[in-house]
Design a protein around this ligand. Structure first.
Ligand code: DP6
Length: 333
């Protein structure tokens, strides 16, 4: 049996959003982002070294072969690292990757964050590279900037222009926090976050205002998180996603991910808060709604969502909590 590296990582949900890139190459974020790693939701990635003479990397996600362009900067950077670190003049490694998500992919559930985090860890191990977690975070960022955060458990920060993310608090900082993911649609989103971000930067008159405001919002959110103040953190998260979506809706043509179920869930959270139940929604590049709340309120919130005609009793709800960073094992040795 040949050697296989198996890694598991969880998606990174931003409370303060990354939206927009610094000019130039390297996929550096234009805004700082503050996030929580979603324990209970997982990407599992299996990596084997490919035959060197083929000179190709293959990535299969949920049974579908992925277009190579999206992965090229990542694999090229990884091979540069191998070349720098190894004294041997042998062949550079190529990779066969098989990855699965236990949640809908490409539907705005940050699957690229857990995907590239697991890939960075899995491929570097398969190539025999010992990278620090900061180096792994920087490598994952080349695939997807949100993935830089998924290399860490708990609560993470990726600064504006940052090369790598860092952990601010471990998951145990806030064990009662829950994130209820409302799967409004199982379909892949109509436009990738990367393209939508580019459209916002290129054509939204609100993009500059978004960048200014995102930086100003961060200290409030950091302080609320430090104090475990759900209301203050929820308010910051609400403002962050609303302004991010306002900027993208103002692009030409507009980028609108919201579906009727999205809007219905937003209104229900508002009603719940008016009744004194802490349910603070946030949205990413897709129609799904993620609700920050505390463990004792999850059942009541879920019950109310199931009663909405736009969602229905069979709506898929995923319950996540602050989770650990990625784990990795090796088989076939
Ligand atoms: C809305 O990390 O998927 O989820 O770096 O182009 O791959 P690329 O973008 P990606 O964008 C995530 C955007 C977001 C907000 C966030 O996670 O901070």
């Amino acid at each position: 049996m040949s050697r296989e590296v198996v890694c598991r990582a969880s998606p990174s949900l931003a409370l303060v959003k990354y939206w927009g890139k610094k000019p130039g190459r390297g996929n550096r974020p234009a805004t700082p982002s503050l996030a929580v790693t979603l324990g209970g939701i997982t990407t599992e990635t299996r990596v084997r070294l490919a035959p060197a003479h083929g000179h190709t990397d293959t990535v299969v996600l949920n049974g579908q072969t992925q277009p190579p362009e999206r992965f090229r900067p990542f694999f090229e950077s990884l091979r540069r690292r191998v070349r720098r670190r190894s004294s041997a003049q042998g062949d550079l490694p190529f990779f066969d990757v098989d990855s699965r998500n236990d949640f809908p992919s490409a539907a705005g559930l940050a699957s690229s964050s857990s995907g590239f985090a697991a890939l960075a860890l899995g491929c570097s191990r398969a190539a025999g590279l010992e990278l620090s977690v900061r180096e792994l975070s920087a490598l994952a960022r080349l695939g997807s900037a949100s993935a830089a955060r998924s290399l860490f458990g708990g609560f993470t920060l990726l600064p504006a222009g940052g090369r790598s993310a860092r952990q601010l608090h471990p998951p145990q900082h806030w064990p009662e926090l829950r994130i209820l993911v409302v799967v409004v649609s199982e379909q892949a989103k109509p436009i990738s976050s990367r393209r939508a971000m580019e459209a916002t930067r290129g054509s939204s008159p609100y993009y500059r205002a978004w960048l200014r405001d995102a930086a100003a919002l961060l200290p409030r959110a950091l302080e609320a998180l430090r104090r475990r103040d759900l209301e203050a953190l929820g308010e910051a998260a609400l403002v962050s996603y609303s302004r991010m979506h306002a900027a993208m809706i103002a692009a030409g043509p507009p980028v609108l991910y919201w579906l009727p179920g999205t809007v219905a869930a937003i209104h229900e959270c508002r009603r719940l808060r008016a009744e004194g139940i802490g349910a603070w929604e946030t949205l990413d590049a897709g129609p799904q709604v993620k609700i920050l709340c505390l463990a004792p309120d999850v059942a009541a919130i879920a019950e109310r969502l199931r009663r909405l005609p736009e969602l229905g009793p069979s709506v898929r709800l995923l319950e996540a909590r602050p989770g650990e960073g990625p784990v990795c094992g090796v088989t076939g040795e």
